[in-house]
Write a protein that binds this ligand. Structure first.
Ligand code: FRU
Length: 493
């Protein structure tokens, strides 16, 4: 429940999503698990609510739901700002940073040097490392930085994600280099050897924040590799978005399956999604988190003390969809631990019913299992309203087989044109017997997970006053449910 000693009650402040106490935040960084703790660092500018000289802010959690803020992990130095990157637990002390008791945790990040940038060169982004011998509490930058200079002639050279590759007994780094990724290998995290690159012929969009990991193919002992890449332009709902490729990695080269690039999330607000190193999930699933905003308007959204939140942590796995392997992402199970006393919905509904309960409709978890065979409604969904006339509408359209989130009237306009530019839409298979829909609402965000997590849809919104009315609606017939439950959610702060 909410603590009276902090300021987590400001307008639009999420109650069960990670936000910095104050100031600007973007990408999640340096996520690792060690001794019962999940670490989350993030792009942070402590002196303002807009982007500036980047630091790594830092927090820990034992359950991925409740977070404790820690001091800034990495601050700018003479080599530059600290841009995005990752962290690994170096169990074998390959780096030599270890002292014999704790495994070193090694952060691998991009230095962005504003002085070299202003001088007009093309080598102002390069990679550095830092290590911690006390479970991430304090960090020491390596005296031999940088560990990977930029000799490519390409200015964008950043966001290293590193993992241990058992077969080749090497660390592999995947790095965004303008419109593609490059792979490097190292035996000690200090010296890096170029392996290969991967891109799409003719694609000149800017790529950022890559990740590469293995996942088991469901029902088999086979594994496939997934390459996540965030894309700076032409995201699925405009602006920035996270994409992925399913394919293979042989220790040197990543090859994508013919299905090619897909979006991880179809809403506007899930960027820079990356995963935790060393988390105890096995190969079946992988834990990750995204930045719940979009560079089109992130610096203008109407919050005062802080800017932006993370998505709920999500569990990734592979799933089969019409004969193709795709990613499924669902909220981590611990999220259900925040649920309060449930409100049961009627199993059949027409028109619209208001969800009644002694809780805020924008601090809740909605779980629906729709009986599509017996549903005669041509469209159904939910709507949030306040007394001032702001509204947010979610529509599942049966003939179009789409889901639409319309935030065009969700609050005072003016801070950004792009934010209010038309509804956001994605396709969803509505010809099945049933459809599972999970919706998380938290002050300023909606996260929709449908069809076993294959459809992810994340959007943020800023009503003038909190939405105080939530209704489930059906049009042109009856919506039939196998299950419909709404749970109020606890605050984590
Ligand atoms: C992605 C990004 C990264 C970069 C960081 C800077 O949102 O542009 O490529 O490292 O943000 O804050």
């Amino acid at each position: 429940s909410s603590s009276p000693t902090n300021a987590y009650n400001e307008p639009h402040r999420p109650q069960f999503h990670f936000t910095p106490r104050e100031a600007w935040m973007n990408d999640p960084n340096g996520m690792f698990y060690l001794d019962g703790e999940y670490h989350l660092s993030y792009q942070f500018y402590p002196d303002s609510t807009v982007w500036g000289p980047m630091h790594w802010g830092h927090a820990v959690s034992t359950d991925l739901v409740r977070w404790k803020h820690l001091p800034v992990a990495l601050a700018p130095d003479s080599l530059g700002y600290i841009f995005s990157g990752s962290a690994v637990v170096d169990h074998k002390n390959t780096s030599g940073f270890g002292n014999g008791s704790e495994p070193p945790v090694v952060a691998v990040y991009t230095y962005h040097n504003p002085i070299l940038e202003a001088a007009g060169g093309d080598d102002f982004q390069y990679q550095g490392i830092a290590y911690s011998l006390d479970k991430g509490r304090t960090w020491t930058k390596y005296a031999g930085n940088p560990v990977l200079a930029n000799d490519t002639g390409v200015r964008d050279f950043r966001d290293p994600k590193v993992f241990w590759h058992g077969e080749s007994e090497k660390w592999i780094m995947v790095l965004a280099v303008y419109d593609r990724v490059r792979l490097y290998a190292s035996s000690n995290l200090k010296e890096w050897e170029y392996l290969s690159e991967f891109g799409i012929e003719g694609d000149t969009r800017l790529w950022e924040c890559p990740d590469l990991f293995r996942l088991r193919v469901p029902g088999t002992r086979e594994a496939k590799w997934v390459l996540l890449v965030s894309i700076q332009q032409e995201g699925p709902s405009g602006g920035t978005g996270t994409s992925y490729f399913v394919g293979d990695f042989d220790g040197t080269v990543f090859t994508a399956d013919p299905a090619g690039q897909k979006w991880l999330d179809h809403g506007a607000d899930n960027y820079a999604f990356v995963t935790w190193d060393n988390a105890p999930t096995g190969w079946g699933s992988r834990l990750g988190i995204g930045w719940m905003s979009n560079w089109q308007y992130a610096q203008q959204v109407p919050t005062v003390a802080w800017r932006s939140a993370m998505t709920v942590p999500r569990m990734l796995s592979l799933a089969e969809d019409s004969g193709e392997l795709v990613l499924s992402a669902l909220p981590v199970p611990a999220v259900t631990g925040l649920r309060g006393a449930e409100v049961q919905l009627p199993m059949e509904l027409r028109d619209s019913i208001r969800v009644e309960g002694d809780f805020s409709p924008t601090q809740c978890d909605i779980s629906l299992l729709v009986d599509l065979e017996n549903t005669t409604a041509s469209s159904f969904g939910l709507v949030l309203k306040n007394a001032g006339g702001d509204r947010l509408t979610v529509t599942f359209d049966r003939s179009e087989e789409t889901v639409t989130v319309d935030r065009t009237a969700s609050g005072p306009q003016g801070f950004s044109d792009a934010f209010f530019k038309g509804p956001h839409k994605a396709t969803v298979d509505l010809s099945q017997e049933s459809l599972d829909i999970r919706v998380l609402l938290d002050a300023a965000s909606i996260e929709i997970f449908a069809d076993r997590g294959i459809l992810n849809f994340t959007d943020i919104f800023f009503p003038e006053s909190p939405f105080d009315e939530l209704s489930i609606w059906a049009e042109g017939g009856t919506l039939v449910l196998f299950d419909g439950t709404v749970y109020p959610m606890d605050s984590i702060w």
